[in-house]
Write a protein that binds this ligand. Structure first.
Ligand SMILES: Cc1cc2nc3c(=O)[nH]c(=O)nc-3n(C[C@H](O)[C@H](O)[C@H](O)COP(=O)(O)OP(=O)(O)OC[C@H]3O[C@@H](n4cnc5c(N)ncnc54)[C@H](O)[C@@H]3O)c2cc1C
Length: 484
């Protein structure tokens, strides 16, 4: 028997014994069974602590209930229950929300992690995927057939939140964002109805789901377009931090020349203590350029040569390798449970001032685990019309991610957060305006969320929100307030 938790309201304790279990065990009257919500966990129950934990260890919230759902019907019953009881509702897919939107204090958290089915239709080149899948699980299923659809760069991220906010990764310049490859979604709406959204059915909802985050409902099934992705030529070169100016200038030059097949990332980080890193560079500040050529591996060998050939890299890991391997390169650099604070910005082509600011940001990191990351955008991502989806910034050249990271218990947490904010401020002059909605920090406020969409997209999102969630049940996210 779980301990009674003071955060659990009295009516709700009864509900757990009765209708929440779907069995009306607390009464002998012949009431019909309420629809099952899924496995209900309360504070003290086995599995509760694990289910409420997010990737960002700085987030520490305790829902009154966690419902671990296995089907769309269970999600629908949970949504209806939260709406009827006026409970704050959080929805957890892969749990990588950096500000922690997927767990609430009190209220009800829907945990989608049991929903991991994936089906690959090789003939039609589509995959249907449930929202509890992590990228590595989804990629493993599609790559078993030599296929893939765009995701992010860290394989322990969830497909759900990533896709709903956009989804940028190694395949994006060639094949678009994760959301550009979404062709249909099954969605549980705020009133508990289960609908299908695509270009023909609920097209306004389908538009909003592609960039608008979890504002409109709980997606219980994603259908993605797949592409052939044979082993890729990919790797990274690494240099001592003293080379940062030159290396970043070279990165910028290569991005201007890159074909769609070639994706580039620059990073100012600490070198890992890995065998492939010379001993004198391990754990030292470095600058690195990573590249992945999505296409014929022989063409890729030629395409990455200018990247590999620049200066005298201390490390060169380039090789033809499976895409799933590339997806896991950096997993260990951002482990679960550390404390994180992030900022992002869409950037124009880098000029000398921007490169200076990046180098200063990298050199001034207050924690060795903090990172300055730049990803080259463009290609297929930029060819989708600005109003085709709710994802806005298709004309940016780079996405900047600043991630401060420290051990739990480090008393300098606020110093690390401040480094992130200061570094971000110093890069604002290079901005195209606005942030990536999937990387907004918890302290940025509603004005920044509006900025992430721009006025035209924001107004359209508000109209969709009013239609599908007028009471703002789904508000644990980068919220689109139905009041506008
Ligand atoms: C280590 C790390 C690496 C990252 N790398 C990339 C990257 O390479 N590219 C990129 O584009 N982004 C990247 N991101 C950002 C990432 O896309 C977002 O954090 C994303 O929201 C994570 O999705 P999730 O399902 O894991 O998160 P969750 O915390 O589960 O959810 C995030 C948000 O989506 C909502 N949500 C989740 N599932 C559903 C659902 N089924 N229906 C409706 N709403 C739902 C939640 O309520 C919450 O508001 C990264 C983040 C981290 C922490």
């Amino acid at each position: 028997m779980a301990a009674q938790n003071p955060r659990t309201p009295g009516w709700a304790r009864g509900a757990v014994a009765g209708t929440m279990r779907g069995m009306n065990t607390s009464t002998s009257s012949p009431l019909p069974a309420a629809p099952r919500l899924g496995e209900v966990l309360r504070p003290g129950d086995a599995g509760y602590e694990q289910a409420r934990a997010l990737w960002n260890g700085a987030i520490d919230r305790c829902p009154a209930f966690i419902v671990r759902c296995r089907t769309a019907a269970e999600v629908a019953a949970s949504v209806r229950f939260a709406a009827e009881k006026g409970l704050l509702l959080a929805v957890k897919g892969g749990g990588h929300s950096i500000p922690g939107w997927s767990v609430c204090e009190g209220g009800l958290m829907i945990d989608l992690s049991p929903m991991k089915a994936v089906h690959v239709d090789v003939g039609r080149r589509i995959a249907t995927a449930e929202p509890g899948l992590l990228l590595r699980e989804y990629d493993a299923a599609t790559q078993a057939h030599g296929l893939a659809s765009p995701g992010g760069e860290i394989s322990h991220t969830g497909i759900a939140g990533l896709t709903l906010g956009g989804g940028i990764g190694w395949l994006s310049r060639k094949h678009g964002l994760a959301c550009d490859n979404l062709i249909e979604a099954e969605v549980v709406l705020a009133d508990g109805r289960i609908v299908v959204a695509n270009e023909r059915q609920h097209p306004d909802l389908f538009w909003g789901l592609r960039g608008g985050g979890g504002n409109f409902g709980v997606v219980t099934k994603f259908t993605f377009r797949l592409h052939p992705v044979p082993p890729v030529m990919a790797g990274f070169v690494m240099y001592p931090i003293a080379a940062a100016h030159d290396v970043l200038a070279h990165y910028e030059e290569r991005t201007r020349l890159a074909p769609d097949e070639l994706s580039l990332v620059a990073a100012l980080v600490a070198a890992p203590p890995a065998p492939f890193v010379p001993p004198e560079l391990r754990l030292q500040p470095v600058v690195a350029v990573a590249a992945c050529y999505v296409g014929d591996a022989r063409d890729g060998t030629d395409a990455v040569q200018p990247v590999r050939g620049f200066g005298r890299p201390a490390v060169d890991t380039f090789a033809v390798q499976p895409y799933t391997q590339v997806q896991q390169w950096f997993d260990a650099s951002v482990p679960h449970g550390l404390h994180y604070h992030c900022r992002s910005e869409w950037l124009r082509p880098l000029d000398a001032a921007a490169i200076d600011a990046l180098v200063r940001a990298g050199a001034g990191r207050s924690s060795p685990m903090s990172q300055v990351l730049l990803r080259h955008m463009g290609g297929a991502t930029a060819r989708v019309a600005a109003d085709a989806t709710a994802f806005r910034f298709r004309d940016a050249t780079h996405i900047l991610t600043l991630a401060s990271c420290w051990e739990p218990g480090d008393p300098r947490g606020e110093v690390h957060r401040q480094w992130c904010r200061d570094a971000w401020s110093s890069l604002r002059p290079a901005s195209t305006g606005g942030a990536y909605v999937n990387q907004l920090g918890e302290d940025e406020g509603e004005a920044r969320t509006r900025e992430a969409y721009g006025t035209a997209t924001w107004d359209r999102l508000v109209a969709v929100k009013r239609r599908y969630d007028p009471a703002n049940l789904f508000r644990m996210n980068q919220n689109i307030n139905p009041q506008g």
